[in-house]
Design a protein around this ligand. Structure first.
Ligand code: ZN
Length: 482
């Protein structure tokens, strides 16, 4: 069990928060003089006193004076850390939950009005090599990822499963204090700090919906769908799928693992026991404080199963994810050979020279193609800008692979709300940062190692518990082989 003494579980003290709002005018130096808080504000009613959330493009976060309580004052607490970013929970500051390890901040929009950030977390990029800034992540997400989930070919709209990434500008002093929190974490497995250099990283962080569990209210799990169809480069008649082959090469699958092909198939009899193990493991390993009331745990498992099994909303989302993965990478990472990379690089370089180093993206590739088509009559295969068909194909191929690899490494956060009479389930995708093509070599190497190591063939001891759907199919169809 990992205890988490830093993240507060205290429910918001709304009465305290409201009282504190009325004290906000007394705050020195950072006091908001134009706070539009009517004296008739009811306790706990946040409604009209806030600006229309995120309607202004800019939200600002400054250090707050000690003692500032109630919105627009918030505590930021370290929540989690990844290789490229750190996540902080956000809590309206109340007199009762003020505690020293957090960072007390003042959050307001461009008009100086407070912003309601309950139910959100703050995600801040680190300054590691190849880490994208908040601004870059936001731009890639809106241009390259969001359109894939809106109105798919079958008429489904999966946009509701996409998190909103709302930009927030952090004061440099806030960043210094957030780094202080990060440096105090005892069990850090990651490296890097949050940059205070305003130039490169722009000090833009991102606000996202908080999908974590709430004790006695909601229970959340995170799943990694991974490769929902077989790698196009796998050997013919493979006994394992790409993800199971990789797991086997690492020495076996963890107890809460499921073969992605099984997950995509959506059979209740496979999914339910897996979810049961996963929910129990989450409670035991991560947070005993999340243990639901007696009898509710089984209900949570049942609702999660219905959500992810064939016919469920989550199942439809996974099918869409599988469709996108396959569509964007029909030939596999090994088809992006050296010649393809050279052609794509040539195109990128020339494009950036001609477009003031603006980044080339898939929507811009469509423009290049139309340029190419309109000039084909004069100079076959060449556009006015001297981009060739071959180069555009190479760039498109690698760019599509980046899409596929992004979608093969995303997370799905599923939250079961059980506090009210009806149990409801919601889900959001996460970790959708567009993958850098600098990873191409790693992807190729990994695939080559799986093939040469025999992991697709079934190298390693085949146990009865081998999780892969492909293994199960072989066993069912040619039992004498085993
Ligand atoms: Zn598998």
């Amino acid at each position: 069990m990992i205890e988490d003494p830093v993240v507060p579980q205290t429910p918001e003290n709304e009465k305290g928060a409201t009282a504190a709002i009325q004290d906000a005018g007394d705050a020195p130096s950072l006091a908001i003089v134009n706070l539009d808080i009517g004296s008739d504000t009811s306790p706990g009613m946040y409604g009209d006193m806030y600006s229309n959330k995120f309607s202004d493009s800019a939200i600002y976060c400054h250090m707050a004076p000690a003692g500032g309580t109630g919105p627009p004052y918030y505590w930021l607490y370290f929540l989690a850390e990844g290789a490229a970013n750190v996540v902080f929970s956000i809590h309206p500051a109340t007199a009762v939950d003020a505690r020293t390890p957090g960072t007390l901040v003042l959050i307001q929009d461009a008009g100086g009005r407070p912003v309601d950030l309950r139910g959100h977390v703050l995600r801040v990029s680190k300054d590691n090599k190849n880490t994208r800034s908040g601004a870059e992540i936001k731009r890639d997400y809106e241009i390259l990822i969001r359109p894939l989930f809106e109105d798919d070919d079958d008429g489904y709209d999966f946009a509701s499963h996409l998190p909103e990434l709302d930009p927030i500008q952090l004061d440099s002093l806030v960043i210094v204090d957030l780094n202080r929190q990060v440096s105090k974490q005892i069990y850090r497995q990651q490296i890097g700090t949050i940059p205070t250099n305003m130039g490169r990283m722009n000090n833009m962080a991102l606000l996202m919906a908080d999908m974590s569990s709430v004790p006695q209210e909601a229970f959340s799990i995170e799943i990694k769908p991974k490769w929902l169809s077989q790698s196009p480069n796998a050997i013919p008649n493979a006994l394992r799928c790409r993800t199971c082959a990789l797991q086997a090469s690492k020495g076996g699958a963890p107890s809460d693992y499921i073969c992605p092909l099984q997950l995509g198939l959506g059979a209740r009899k496979i999914i339910e026991p897996w979810l049961k193990r996963k929910v129990r493991k989450t409670i035991e390993i991560e947070e005993f404080a999340l243990e639901p009331p007696p009898g509710v745990e089984q209900k949570i498992v049942e609702h999660l199963t219905t959500y992810l099994a064939a016919g469920g909303e989550g199942h439809e989302l996974l099918k869409h994810l599988r469709h996108l993965q396959t569509k964007h990478d029909p030939k596999g990472v090994l088809s992006c050979d050296e010649a393809t990379v050279r052609r794509a690089d040539r195109l990128t370089k020339r494009y950036q020279e001609q477009h003031d180093h603006d980044e080339l993206t898939s929507p811009r590739i469509s423009d290049l193609r139309s340029t190419l088509r309109t000039t084909e009559g004069n100079q076959p295969g060449k556009s006015d800008d001297d981009f060739t068909d071959q180069e555009i194909d190479a760039f498109t191929k690698i760019h599509n692979l980046q899409h596929a690899m992004t979608l093969r490494d995303c997370s799905l956060f599923i939250k079961v709300n059980y506090n009210s009479g009806d149990i409801t389930v919601e889900s959001k995708l996460g970790d959708l940062d567009f993958k850098s093509k600098a990873k191409l070599e790693d992807w190729r190497e990994k695939e080559e190692d799986l093939i040469s190591g025999g992991w697709y063939k079934g190298f390693g001891t085949f146990q009865k518990s081998e999780p892969c759907l492909l293994t199960a199919s072989w066993r069912a169809n040619i039992p004498w082989y085993w």
